[in-house]
Design a protein around this ligand. Structure first.
Ligand code: GLC
Ligand code: GLC
Length: 654
């Protein structure tokens, strides 16, 4: 067995070396004359370094094809071509990042996300609002898809018709390039989506397929009758069950069933076809060449399908990412990947590494922050984080409170059961709580894709509305308003300090609330995620300097958190160590960077909570402690008392 593996390895290494030996001279002949000799040398060096990973990936995917070598060559030739086209300013960034490969782990990283149209009408407007972003300390900006997509419903742009054209409502390709440059010059990295699991049904490939071209029909997954769809559906869970039961849609003009994991106008691509891989890779490098510094790999778990499986997180899905990763390391090394895998925590982790995605959403933390807020109990949160927060030290989490999608209760059942709750009941309780149905709930939210059989649902709502601000304001209840503000800052306090890039949904820093207008829009009704994709309220933002106003109180708290993060190396490339606070309401962790160490404490209850002083002493703290958030000094002789929803950072002398 071991012997067999070893021979396999050796033979793979031989194949890698032989292929490279054959390929290099051919690439050199075609491309070397177009660049400076030194530049070519750098490229060749990266190619040699990343070729084994690329080759193994392509071999896994297409090794059986009779013309395999031809595919490897044409994929590399396209990538080389894209690299030659790469603007020199970006090549300079490539060189810079060679010396700082973990740039995204800096404590200066603070992320934000928005829809261009809802934030600033268009790209030009966004360029004008860059000062707002720099004022807030933003260094990473994720824009929702802004490429050409079908009129009307297009899943918020996640049905891409072409990566070479910007949606005319927001601008042009030139505007986008200018935006990327302007952002880069102000220290903000542009983040865009690479929606590579599917295209819209108006993409050039889809149009050809619909016109009956059989070659292009091979770019997608199409079936003449229900036999295969039925067989696949036996083991697949639909993503949008309200929308279509199952994952296939029928197209009468070609009389075929098309694989559509999401909406019926989003056609899943067929990655068994090397042309698809090659074409998508070109789009990926095209985005890189526009100045994109982080590419969010959308729906990363879905790209491979196999009969009898759930068709998510299959080994082949990882291999596709590894192959793309090697190619970007060769042709656009400044760019990092971010994984969007909203799946079981153990599966989320598998996409995170230097070989796949350097960054990943942390959906488990996101859902457990809300869980702890509803229950006032941090035991599941702590247990889960202890078990699965640690990742490849070269990679990083992107921590968020909510995004443009729904909040799913994506924690691990075993962690819930370990503290004595029933996972299904617990999820049901959380859904009732955040849709405001549970008696005494402070939240205003709506269900998304509710399952009438199990009572399970995902949740839509803005941070402020889910945290109670909407209800409190409607009731004009000052005390509740204060609680809601504290909850918003508590959750953001954790994402800013726990380790990784914090990601703010623009508007949450001002407490913007749900927008119910989607119910009247034919394109949006039925998709409650539009509830929390509210239009940015610039008028409200004017009040951010007034610390008596609600906006000012929230914004002031955000600014303080951002400042703390940016001024303390304990929030950069540092280790996170979760500790037992001795009080189930209080979540606590150390952040340690070389000789710097701080203890973060978050009280998830609406009551005062105390921590016994001996525990603090045991953890190395002194009797007299300073909270870096409020600046208050406390003397904890017998116990430390935390206010309701307190968020504190204690400096530990070393
Ligand atoms: C991603 C997006 C989501 C979209 C889906 C299909 O998960 O975040 O908004 O609906 O992919 O592209
Ligand atoms: C599911 C999918 C994720 C998608 C989301 C949209 O969680 O796993 O990819 O973005 O649904 O609601």
């Amino acid at each position: 067995m071991v012997h067999g593996k070893l021979t396999e390895r050796l033979s793979m290494e031989k194949k890698v070396a032989a292929t490279l030996r054959r390929l290099l001279p051919r690439l050199e002949e075609r491309f070397k004359p177009h660049v400076e000799p030194d530049e070519w040398q750098g490229f060749e060096e990266r190619l040699r370094r990343n070729f084994p990973q690329l080759f193994e990936g392509l071999h896994f995917l297409y090794g059986d094809a009779y013309d395999f070598f031809f595919h490897v060559e044409s994929i590399l030739a396209s990538a080389t071509h894209m690299w030659i086209d790469r603007p020199s300013e970006l090549k300079a960034l490539d060189a810079l990042r060679e010396y700082d490969p973990q740039w995204y782990q800096s404590n200066r990283m603070v992320g934000a996300m928005c829809y261009v149209d809802l934030f600033s009408d268009d790209i030009q407007g966004l360029i004008e609002q860059i000062p707002y972003l720099t004022e807030l300390g933003i260094t990473y900006l994720h824009l929702m898809p802004l490429f050409e997509s079908p009129e009307g419903d297009n899943d918020g742009g996640y049905a891409v018709s072409s990566y070479r054209a910007v949606n005319p409502d927001v601008g042009t390709m030139e505007d986008l390039e200018r935006l990327a440059t302007e952002l880069r010059h102000r220290g903000i990295s542009l983040v865009l989506d690479f929606v590579f699991n599917h295209t819209s049904d108006e993409h050039e490939w889809a149009k050809q397929a619909l016109a009956g071209d059989e070659d292009y029909q091979q770019y997608y997954l199409m079936f003449p009758d229900r036999t295969m769809p039925n067989a696949y559906e036996a083991s697949i869970r639909a993503v949008f069950p309200d929308e279509i039961p199952g994952c296939f849609s029928y197209r009468t003009s070609i009389k075929k069933w098309v694989w559509t994991s999401f909406y019926n106008f989003q056609w899943d691509l067929n990655y068994e076809n090397p042309e698809v891989f090659n074409g998508m890779m070109e789009s990926m490098l095209f985005l890189a060449n526009q100045g994109v510094e982080v590419l969010r790999l959308d729906a990363i778990a879905f790209t491979r399908k196999e009969l009898g499986t759930g068709c998510q997180n299959l080994p082949g899905a990882h291999v596709i990412v590894q192959a793309f990763n090697a190619l970007k390391n060769i042709a656009a090394p400044a760019m990092a990947f971010k994984s969007e895998a909203i799946v079981h925590p153990d599966e989320v982790r598998k996409y995170i590494s230097k070989e796949e995605c350097e960054l990943s959403y942390n959906p488990q933390l996101m859902s457990l922050l809300w869980e702890a807020l509803a229950t006032h109990d941090t035991r599941i949160l702590r247990r889960s984080m202890e078990r699965s927060f640690g990742i490849d030290p070269q990679a990083s989490w992107v921590n968020y409170v909510r995004c443009h999608d729904d909040i799913g209760w994506g924690f691990a059942d075993e962690d819930v059961a370990a503290v004595g709750f029933d996972p299904l009941q617990h999820r049901r309780f959380l859904s009732e709580f955040y849709t405001g149905k549970f008696p005494g709930s402070f939240a205003s939210g709506e269900p998304f894709q509710e399952d009438p059989v199990t009572g399970e649902a995902r949740i839509s709502g803005t941070c402020a509305s889910l945290a109670g601000l909407e209800k409190a304001m409607a009731e004009d209840n000052d005390e509740e308003i204060e609680w809601a503000i504290r909850r918003i800052l508590l959750l953001h306090g954790v994402v800013m300090t726990i380790g990784g890039i914090p990601l703010i949904y623009l508007g949450d820093e001002l407490g913007m609330r749900n927008n119910y207008a989607y119910k009247e829009s034919p394109d949006k009704m039925g998709d409650s995620r539009w509830l929390h994709r509210m239009r940015f309220d610039w008028e409200a933002s004017e009040r951010r300097g007034d610390f008596e106003s609600i906006e000012g109180r929230i914004y002031g708290g955000f600014s303080r958190l951002v400042q703390l993060r940016r001024q303390n190396l304990a929030f950069s490339r540092a280790e996170t160590e979760f500790v037992e606070s001795g009080n189930p309401h209080v979540f606590a962790y150390f952040r340690t960077h070389e000789s710097l160490s701080v203890l973060v404490m978050a009280n998830f209850s609406n009551q005062e909570q105390s921590i016994e002083a001996w525990r603090l002493r045991q953890l190395g703290l002194r009797k007299t402690m300073v909270d870096l958030v409020s600046g208050k000094m406390v003397v904890a002789a017998r116990e430390l008392v935390l206010e309701p929803y307190d968020f504190c950072i204690w400096a530990r002398p070393t």
